[in-house]
Design a binder for this molecule. Structure first.
Ligand code: ATP
Length: 318
């Protein structure tokens, strides 16, 4: 990965006439100010492989390449959720290598009752000796409040206490929270953690970005993102509470004698694993009426028109 090229692309976007130019510039300003305050050694990136922190990782990489070109690795922290998606952890591993992340997987040692599945421990990601998990997807209340699940907020607080004790020099954490996220409404670009939580300054460079801004950026700059988003997932939690977004479900009709999708003319009926469009993820084909096959599929996350439905695939709504 060529960091200087990333910097060039990102800073050029900030100067362009593009719709997201002002947001990119604003986010870079926030990151640069945080770097002025702390320097790269006292900042960590909160990274779980989701789309928002993927945007943030790209922006941060650009700012570091521009202002601290000697920086070799990016300090980052990952707090695993129970039953993470294998695709997400594979993406984490991929990003760790591609961006040179120094990623610490942070699991509080007192959480001994929910062991992580063996397959979820991704090679290349540092894992503490006690393989345990906290209780919830930290989502948008990260560093500020419980998320409403049993032990969720408490598990998160303990994880961050562990992080603080292991890395006391880290004073600020970059987070991909957006204002439209639950608990994001009252946040600004920089907020100290709430009382009772480990003392970090939360830096929220993309707080003003919308759902579509995120996808405009990722697609325009060809930033790699987790494969689940091409399968209809629009926000990622645990495997047991996260599903493809119903708002992205589409039905393809195939004429039985041709086996071709009437919408995009790709052959779909014979092989359920065939996608009717390059980006569509296959689900279960079923037989419809009038000698046609119905094939239910999910369109990719970037085709969700109404950003308010971003979490419609999350059971908890978070
Ligand atoms: P998505 O909503 O599509 O899952 P995301 O995970 O990037 O994308 P949120 O879930 O809204 O976004 O979380 C906001 C931010 O909080 C993330 O971008 C990341 O910076 C931080 N964060 C959330 N969960 C974790 C986690 N388990 N470990 C580390 N950081 C996290």
């Amino acid at each position: 990965m060529d960091r200087q090229q990333i910097a060039l692309d990102v800073y050029n976007t900030a100067r362009s006439q593009d719709n997201i130019a002002h947001l990119v510039k604003q986010s870079l300003d926030v990151i640069e100010q945080a770097l002025q305050t702390y320097g790269p050694d006292r900042i960590s990136l909160s990274f779980n492989g989701g789309k928002d922190c993927t945007v943030l990782l790209h922006l941060y990489t650009a700012a570091l390449a521009r202002h601290y070109p000697q920086t070799q690795s990016i300090t980052a922290v990952y707090i695993p959720v129970p039953s993470p998606f294998p695709e997400l952890e594979a993406f984490l591993s991929q990003e760790t290598k591609a961006y040179g992340l120094d990623l610490f997987t942070c699991i509080p040692p007192s959480d001994v009752d929910i062991p992580l599945p063996v397959e979820s421990v991704t090679p290349g990601i540092a894992t503490p000796t006690t393989p345990t998990s906290d209780g919830a997807h930290p989502a948008n209340g990260l560093f500020s409040r419980p998320v409403g699940k049993a032990r969720g907020g408490e598990g998160m607080r303990r994880a961050l206490e562990l992080y603080k004790s292991r890395f006391p020099h880290i004073e600020a954490i970059l987070i991909g929270t957006r204002r439209t996220d639950p608990h994001g409404a009252t946040l600004s670009h920089r907020n100290m953690c709430d009382p009772g939580w480990p003392a970090f300054e939360r830096i929220n460079p993309i707080i003003d970005w919308s759902y579509s801004d995120v996808w405009t950026f990722l697609k325009k700059l060809q930033v790699p993102y987790c494969a689940l988003y091409d399968q209809g997932y629009t926000s990622l939690g645990s495997t047991f509470n996260t599903f493809p977004n119903p708002a992205l479900q589409c039905t393809c009709l195939a004429e039985n004698n041709t086996n071709q999708c009437v919408h995009c003319v790709r052959i779909i009926a014979d092989d359920p694993s065939t996608t009717c469009r390059a980006e569509c993820a296959p689900v279960l084909p079923t037989t419809g009426e009038n000698d046609q096959s119905l094939c239910f599929r999910y369109r990719p996350a970037y085709e969700l028109a109404d950003g308010n439905l971003e979490r419609a695939g999350r059971l908890s709504g978070k």
